[in-house]
Write a protein that binds this ligand. Sequence first.
Ligand SMILES: Cc1cc2nc3c(=O)[nH]c(=O)nc-3n(C[C@H](O)[C@H](O)[C@H](O)COP(=O)(O)OP(=O)(O)OC[C@H]3O[C@@H](n4cnc5c(N)ncnc54)[C@H](O)[C@@H]3O)c2cc1C
Length: 121
Amino acid sequence: MGDCAEAAGACLGIIPAALDEAPACAAAVLGDESRPYAGTVPSNTLKVAGIDLSSAGLVEAPAGAEELRLEPTRGRYERYLFAEARLAGAIVIGDKIRARAALALVGASADRADVEALPRG
Ligand SMILES: Cc1cc2nc3c(=O)[nH]c(=O)nc-3n(C[C@H](O)[C@H](O)[C@H](O)COP(=O)(O)OP(=O)(O)OC[C@H]3O[C@@H](n4cnc5c(N)ncnc54)[C@H](O)[C@@H]3O)c2cc1C
């Protein structure tokens, strides 16, 4: 598991992947193969002082995806991609609290109203 593991053709190389892989790995070591690794929504947050930038899931919109941009004002920017009735990707700049909530929603069933209702910092 972790950086040395390939799953579904990818080595993600991020901490969330290692954490998601750990239960499946531990179960397999104990002989329980009924809990396979179900994948990880890739996410990351830039750690540069003064720039709060977080991104998760898809960045490029797949065919048929709906794009939503909120608050394209100075210091704030949000871009969301919806595909197949799910929040498929999120980029949030300038609001850590909102970024944390948005990243937790990526991959889940969600629409525009769910995103607009996310808490603000
Ligand atoms: C500069 C940098 C910044 C990063 N920033 C982020 C980030 O912001 N967000 C994020 O999600 N991920 C980030 N990552 C990636 C993240 O660190 C890794 O995905 C994660 O640490 C992988 O965990 P791991 O347990 O697979 O490997 P590691 O954390 O590398 O652990 C492997 C361990 O094995 C030990 N080891 C190696 N060889 C041997 C040996 N022969 N015998 C015994 N022990 C050995 C090592 O000393 C180490 O302790 C970053 C990585 C780097 C390098």
